[in-house]
Design a protein around this ligand. Structure first.
Ligand code: SF4
Length: 181
């Protein structure tokens, strides 16, 4: 078995800009496949717009892309009662877990060695909670979690700059209807 066969990593991407930045960052150490599962995003045309941008980076960087199912109604049931929480509150913790668990499950089913997420790029998200959830899921699904806070060393600024350079769409809100303001 070659070294790269042990370094297959499934990268959950929240959006194209963060996906481009993190996949470049990891390219030397891992064999990266992009994974798009974001049932939190509303409305559906916004979801589709973000996927279309992720497809562009998959094409540009010659990366494989797996697209998970989109079920916003099921996502709404998971966060029921938490609609009025502020960003970084309990609703967001449920949302992180939903996306990370779906990624861990896909990583297990497709024989990846690692999984991780671009969610830690954003300064509006709780990296420590994302890492705790990822580590829990790693035990549950038997796939290693790459626990990395990608916003460190100006990660967020670099992701924004890369998005501009590549001409990628940058969304104006996190994703769900409750974050639209
Ligand atoms: S604000 Fe963002 S992280 Fe929080 S629940 Fe909505 S989509 Fe998920």
């Amino acid at each position: 078995m070659s070294a790269s066969e042990n370094k297959k990593l499934l990268l959950h991407v929240c959006c194209a800009g963060c996906g481009a930045f993190v996949s470049l960052l990891l390219a030397n150490d891992f064999d990266v496949t992009l994974y798009y599962y974001n049932s939190n995003i509303y409305p559906e045309d916004e979801y589709q717009r973000r996927i279309d941008e992720v497809k562009k980076i998959a094409d540009n960087f010659k990366l494989s892309l797996i697209i998970g199912d989109y079920d916003h109604d099921a996502w709404l049931k998971k966060v029921k009662g938490r609609e009025n929480d502020l960003e970084k509150g309990e609703r967001c913790l449920i949302c992180y877990r939903d996306r990370l668990e779906n990624t861990a499950c896909a990583a297990q089913s497709n024989n990846f060695n690692f999984f991780t997420s671009t969610l830690t790029v954003s300064p509006h998200k709780l990296a420590s909670e994302i890492i705790n959830i990822g580590n829990e899921l790693a035990k549950e699904y038997g796939v290693k979690f790459l626990a990395q806070d990608f916003k460190k060393q100006d990660g967020f600024k670099k992701a924004v700059a890369l998005s501009h350079k590549l001409g990628l769409y940058r969304q104006k809100y996190c994703g769900c209807e409750f974050s639209r303001g």
